[in-house]
Design a protein around this ligand. Structure first.
Ligand code: HMG
Length: 391
């Protein structure tokens, strides 16, 4: 039985900070960002945007195309949780008015949680092929001002409908996985921003890739040559490039620069202008591949490398399904990204600090132009609002 992703859509914030603006503010050469880490823009969420509203924006266009009452579970992956107890998915469930006969749970392990949720969803559908599972990966990447991570912020949410007989990609059974208790990136409970040992984190990312690759080949018998396109977790696009170089060197493949580019560059376009979206980033990289590749890639094999600091990693593959192009939402993705408003550095700081104010009672000024927004907090209870459609 084929199981995998039937529909796929992503959303990001309505605002961005250009790394040219950032470089000017910090008196740095912009090429450190454009070339050095391969990033141009970071999506910045206003205070009335959180992972629930991002997730709702990502999921709504999928639900519009199906009978939403058939969703049997929401698996919500995030490391930007909105409550220590209640899962973000239950807020989403309410906002989207889904069936009460639905299970909802939050998944966490840094950027790895999205891959974990996707694998869990395929297992649920294998056990009961009638299930339609909504997998959400949504995060807001936030670091301290003037820290090394500040240039690698961003935000986004990917919604994936996981079913039997999927129209986009069948996820293949068998994967390579790896866990090691390391402190490369973490966010203690009392902090709204992550702490990171930046250079060390890039080393652990690459060593985890090698470990998962070995395990993947042992488990599946597949080789480098069996894979047509490679999608990576992308904290910044240079990391994906280094990852692919590492893998190519490890397997001893000889690729021309054009072959190297074709295997991995189309998956990097969105991440370059959105920034890190943690658990969503790997799937945004997959969507970037689908939205930018000109040829038809039916029946081609795609690999996915998920890396979550701390660390847990997994390498797995899927096969593109015949007719997949007819269900892609490429135009919507491109339009939403293009419609974002540029922020000055001062406006970015205003959003940054306002979002830190987690008071008992607060009413947020409407800045989020999406269909759903966080309207405020009353007696510590978050409340959301459906925006009127833009005329
Ligand atoms: P940094 O100190 O800001 O930058 O840290 P740098 O001085 O190392 O420069 C970066 C690159 O730009 C270097 O190239 C420079 O040579 C080059 P490299 O040696 O890496 O090849 N460069 C230039 N190139 C052209 N023109 C110039 C120029 N100047 C410099 N003028 C760092 C960079 C990535 C460490 C920092 O941004 C950071 O700490 N980021 C956050 C951590 C991170 O993203 N880690 C990635 C792996 S861990 C991960 O992916 C998990 C994560 O998503 C979290 C989760 O799992 O939840 C983060």
């Amino acid at each position: 039985m084929k199981i995998g992703i039937d529909l796929l859509h992503f959303a990001t914030a309505d605002y961005y900070l250009g790394l040219d603006t950032f470089a000017t503010e910090k008196h740095l050469d912009v090429d450190k960002f454009y070339i050095g880490i391969g990033q141009e823009k970071m999506s910045i969420s206003p205070p009335d945007e959180d992972v629930v509203t991002l997730a709702a924006k990502a999921a709504a266009p999928i639900l519009d195309q199906i009978d939403a009452n058939e969703i049997s579970a929401i698996l919500f992956a995030t490391e930007t949780g909105v409550d220590q107890s209640k899962s973000a998915g239950v807020f989403l469930h309410g906002l989207l008015n889904l069936s009460k006969h639905c299970r909802v749970i939050e998944f966490k392990h840094a950027c790895y949680a999205g891959a974990a949720a996707l694998q869990m969803a395929t297992t649920m559908v294998r056990a009961n092929p009638k299930e339609k599972v909504l997998v959400i990966a949504a995060d807001i990447a936030k670091y301290d001002i003037d820290s090394s991570g500040e240039a690698t912020q961003g935000c986004g949410a990917v919604a994936m409908l996981v079913t039997a007989s999927p129209r986009i990609i069948m996820i293949e059974p068998g994967s390579g996985y790896f866990t090691d208790d390391v402190m490369d990136f973490w966010r203690p409970n009392q902090r709204t921003t992550a702490l990171v040992d930046g250079k060390y984190s890039t080393k652990v990312y690459l060593s985890s890739l090698k470990q998962t690759w070995d395990h993947f080949t042992e488990q599946t018998g597949r080789t480098f040559e069996d894979i047509d396109y490679f999608c990576y977790h992308i904290p910044f696009t240079k990391m994906a490039e280094k990852a692919h170089q590492t893998l190519v060197r490890k397997v001893g493949a000889t690729l021309t620069p054009a072959e190297f580019e074709a295997q991995t560059v189309p998956s990097q376009f969105y991440n370059r202008i959105v920034g890190n979206s943690y658990s969503a980033s790997l799937f945004m990289s997959f969507i970037s591949l689908l939205d930018h590749i000109e040829s038809n890639i039916e029946n081609k094999r795609i690999s996915f490398f998920s890396y979550g600091s701390g660390c847990v990693a997994e390498f797995f593959t899927g096969i593109m399904q015949p007719g997949y192009q007819s269900v892609l939402m490429t135009a919507e993705h491109k339009q939403k990204i293009a419609q974002r408003t540029a922020l000055t550095y001062a406006q970015y700081l205003e959003f940054y600090y306002q979002a830190e104010q987690l008071e008992e009672n607060i009413v947020y000024e409407p800045k989020n132009r999406g269909a759903y927004r966080l309207a405020g907090i009353e007696n510590y209870k978050r409340y959301y609002q459906k925006n009127k459609p833009e005329s």
